[in-house]
Design a protein around this ligand. Structure first.
Ligand SMILES: Cc1cc2nc3c(=O)[nH]c(=O)nc-3n(C[C@H](O)[C@H](O)[C@H](O)COP(=O)(O)O)c2cc1C
Length: 379
């Protein structure tokens, strides 16, 4: 290993005593490749079979906790016993490469896709006629919270090292926290505290599932998006309030969702500073933070880590186009890391068909393509 990259390969001991062998994390990536019933497919397994070497934690694609929340074709599922066997194989696939396996658990809310909901209504915190979603009843809210607990129970029994609660990217958990999408006037909305009740109840249900299994070693992380565009969208102030509540929970890490590691705050904080720096300061060392966003080279990754704003660095697109990036860095082969995808080399990447077709079309949330203009996503 080139000695300058050594800091990235230091281990980290989480507050429950679990050692993470280095600071590299594979960011959760939806691959659109599970079978229609949410079980593991060959293409999905292929995509995951060589991307977790020399990686500290591998976070899976957003995995569905309740039938009425499916937001992707080919989304993996964890809401029934029928998913246990494929979850077990998934955990083993990642762990056999030496990484901790973390299952990201998710509900799409108003971003769910009607034809994938098996006859269920599309649901959200509040009615949203434009998106065809209706407000959840209180009983349904409790059911979904329990779904997050059940998914955790399945993850533990499947042998995962942990779960990550997907509270980011404007899916259901974030929809509850945002005043833009939560117009309720009951226990689940109305004030900032009440909008936060659903995210915190999900955390409690996940923690309870872990306690039931007496598995304090099981890792629980929480992912959030720090800001939303739009007048009523989430601000840094609201994110600080959420962080203050999350650091009081028995979690092991927080994970910010960003498309640019260095993106500055939009409002509700010093706009000359990066969101990530502000969030890290607010956490104040109470939990480790995973940072992410458009880090393409080994130098980019090291420079990001050296800001001191994140204890772990997650990589998404870079892992799509450099399946063995952890090993390349660990073995002094960082010069082999590429920052663009060669659309003529489908076999080389092992990216599942549907995701591959999207990659070849191109998009700001997908890897840059060799020889084509690319502009990064700006949210
Ligand atoms: C193909 C693809 C699928 C993604 N799916 C998820 C997902 O399931 N859950 C999630 O929290 N973020 C998801 N993301 C966002 C990534 O986790 C990450 O935050 C984002 O890609 C920025 O990091 P990067 O610049 O290293 O790619 C996805 C990103 C990509 C490119």
């Amino acid at each position: 290993m080139n000695p300058k990259f050594k800091p990235l390969f230091q281990s980290y001991i989480l507050n429950n005593g679990i050692e993470i062998k280095n600071r590299l994390v594979v960011a959760p990536m939806t691959h659109f490749a599970s079978h229609a019933d949410g079980t593991l497919s060959e293409q999905e397994q292929g995509f995951l079979s060589n991307r977790a070497s020399d990686i500290g934690m591998f976070i899976t694609a957003a995995t569905l906790v309740a039938e009425n929340g499916k937001a992707f074709y080919g989304q993996p599922c964890a809401f029934s016993e029928i998913h246990l066997d494929s979850l077990t194989r998934l955990a083993k696939t990642l762990q056999s490469q030496g990484s901790k396996a973390i299952l990201q658990i998710h509900h799409g809310g108003d971003k769910s896709i009607p034809e994938l909901l098996n006859g269920h209504d599309k649901v959200a915190p509040s009615d949203n006629p434009e998106l065809g979603a209706r407000a959840l009843t209180e009983a349904e809210i409790v059911d979904i919270i329990q779904g997050f607990g059940l998914a955790t129970d399945l993850a533990i029994r499947a042998g995962f090292d942990g779960v990550e609660i997907h509270g980011a990217n404007t899916y259901l958990i974030q929809q509850f926290y945002s005043a833009q999408t939560n117009h309720r006037n009951d226990a689940w909305g109305g004030s900032l505290e009440k909008r936060m009740a659903f995210p915190l109840a999900v955390v409690d249900a996940v923690v309870e599932a872990r306690a039931k299994h007496q598995r304090p070693d099981f890792i629980i992380g929480y992912r959030f998006s720090p800001e939303e565009p739009g007048e009523g969208g989430l601000t840094m102030q609201e994110t600080f309030a959420l962080i203050d509540a999350l650091v009081d929970k028995p979690l092991q890490y927080l994970h910010i969702s960003l498309w640019d590691f260095y993106k500055k705050a939009r409002r509700g904080a010093d706009t000359s500073l990066a969101r990530l720096q502000l969030v890290h300061e607010r956490i104040g060392g109470k939990l480790p933070l995973i940072g992410v966003g458009n880090l393409f080279s080994a130098e980019d990754i090291l420079a990001a880590y050296q800001t001191g704003w994140a204890e772990f660095i997650a990589l998404g697109k870079t892992v799509m186009i450099n399946p063995t990036i952890g090993t390349l860095m660990a073995n002094g082969r960082e010069d082999e890391i590429v920052s663009t995808l060669d659309s003529t080399k489908a076999d080389h990447y092992g990216i599942p068909d549907f995701l591959w077709s999207r990659c070849v079309e191109g998009g700001e949330w997908l890897p840059p393509i060799e020889g084509k203009e690319w502009s990064p996503r700006d949210v």
